[in-house]
Write a protein that binds this ligand. Structure first.
Ligand code: GTP
Ligand code: MG
Length: 199
């Protein structure tokens, strides 16, 4: 059983030489800046301030690796779609992400985050296609569920599925990093792909 309390920050990678290749499973989080990647990681680990939750969106420009109980990595990819970054920064982001997606064998499971309130953006669709092209399993996490009315949940989840053109095998997991909804479902996906449960 994996102990989620045993979480350590390993490194920030800015180039592919920095990517761990030690064979441990890697669970990868990607999504727009501000969608809640760091918050979802904090929620999964039951921590408040472990992965940094940014007051300055778009400032996470590295790939952050967290090792859990010596058994697997949570990988926090830098967010995209933040309007106020320069062209040079966008280009750097593109090169880093491209380097990452160059070797999909590193990815045990992808977690693509979208905002449960909104129709996925063109950038989200591009990211979705990158995930599809890896041929690796991935799930879509629809975060900020707490901001929806009950009646909006089902139609919004369907719109996410339709816009990203997900096939039936890809799960869309409603999630609230704020309230904790969806935590067990997402941990279940992680356990299945890592091959070991959590305590
Ligand atoms: P970057 O690192 O800039 O790419 O952002 P990020 O995707 O890591 O987002 P982050 O976790 O920093 O969260 C952005 C903001 O959204 C913060 O103010 C969070 O408190 C808020 N937030 C994250 N998840 C939720 C959620 O489920 N519900 C609500 N209401 N707010 C959330
Ligand atoms: Mg972050």
């Amino acid at each position: 059983m994996i102990n989620l309390q045993m979480a350590e920050f390993v490194r920030s990678a800015a180039k592919k030489e920095d990517f761990p290749r030690d064979g441990l499973p890697q669970i990868v989080f990607s999504g727009r800046s501000n969608v809640g990647k760091s918050s979802v990681i904090n929620r999964l680990l039951g921590r408040k301030n472990f992965a940094r939750v940014g007051s300055a969106p778009g400032k996470t420009t590295h790939i952050n690796y967290f090792k859990i109980d010596g058994k697997f990595y949570l990988v926090d990819l830098p967010g995209y779609g933040y309007a106020k970054v320069s062209q040079a920064e966008k280009a750097r982001w593109g090169r880093l992400i491209q380097a990452w997606f160059d070797d999909p064998s590193l990815m045990t499971l992808g977690c693509m985050l979208v905002d449960a309130r909104h129709k996925p953006t063109a950038d989200d669709c591009t990211m979705g296609n990158w995930f599809k092209e890896t041929g690796r399993p991935f799930v879509v996490v629809a975060n900020k569920l707490d901001k929806l009315k009950k009646s909006e949940i089902e139609p919004n989840l369907q719109r996410i599925r339709d816009t990203l053109e997900l096939d039936e095998s890809v799960k869309v997991i409603p999630f609230s990093a704020e309230k904790g909804e969806g935590r067990d479902a997402l941990l279940g996906e992680l356990a299945e792909h890592i091959g070991e449960g959590f305590r």
